[in-house]
Design a protein around this ligand. Structure first.
Ligand SMILES: O=P(O)(O)OC[C@H]1O[C@H](OP(=O)(O)OP(=O)(O)O)[C@H](O)[C@@H]1O
Ligand SMILES: O=c1[nH]c(=O)c2nc[nH]c2[nH]1
Ligand SMILES: [Mg+2]
Length: 165
């Protein structure tokens, strides 16, 4: 264990903030959606599941599938691996399909997903500069040296007063 994180800055996202930002993503996607709407949403698990549910709810998309790509163990990155693919009969080559993830960082996860579904529209709630080009639509950009902390990875806890007794 080191006593420093590899990232200088922390961007802490509450459930409330995530809900607002995922809704903002849905509203942004409305402008680029196909005429008859998206055929299906594919969430990149696990982080994409909560945002994908909110987007699917806002845009009234009932067909929701998942693709599981594992690339991080805590903050250590390894080569991304597809652990579970979506139903190919449903998603085809990605035409009319919306892929949702919580964030893009280096873009390696999306490289793998885009290779499988080249015609899909890719949306993330947050984006870092290195991976931004891999995403068609996102809401908020943070700097590359920022680590985004999601609500499912955090808990409320006591902190000492700023000015001790
Ligand atoms: O752009 P990249 O550098 O590839 O990183 C982004 C991906 O990393 C995280 O997933 P992770 O692999 O940690 O799995 P998880 O969603 O199950 O937490 C995050 O949810 C993105 O899917
Ligand atoms: O929780 C996370 N926050 C991040 O900033 C990040 N980048 C890649 N994978 C990540 N997971
Ligand atoms: Mg993920």
């Amino acid at each position: 264990m080191t006593d420093r994180l590899p990232h200088e800055k922390g961007f802490h996202v509450s459930w409330d903030q995530l809900h607002r930002d995922a809704r903002a993503l849905a509203w942004r996607l409305q402008d680029t959606s196909p005429r008859d709407g998206w055929r299906a949403v594919v969430a990149i698990t696990r982080g994409g599941m909560a945002p994908a549910m909110i987007v699917a709810r806002e845009l009234d998309i009932r067909a929701v599938d998942t693709i599981s790509v594992k690339s991080y163990n805590h903050q250590a990155q390894s080569e991304p691996r597809i652990i579970k693919s979506p139903d190919i009969d449903l998603v085809g080559d990605g035409e009319g399909v919306l892929i949702v993830d919580d964030l893009v960082d280096t873009g390696k996860t999306l490289e793998v997903v885009r290779a499988l579904l080249p015609k899909a529209h890719v949306a993330t709630v947050y984006a870092k500069p290195m991976g931004r080009e891999m995403v068609n639509t996102f809401v908020t950009e943070v700097s590359q040296d920022t680590w985004i902390f999601f609500p499912w990875d955090m808990a409320l806890q006591y902190v000492e007063p700023y000015r001790g007794t």
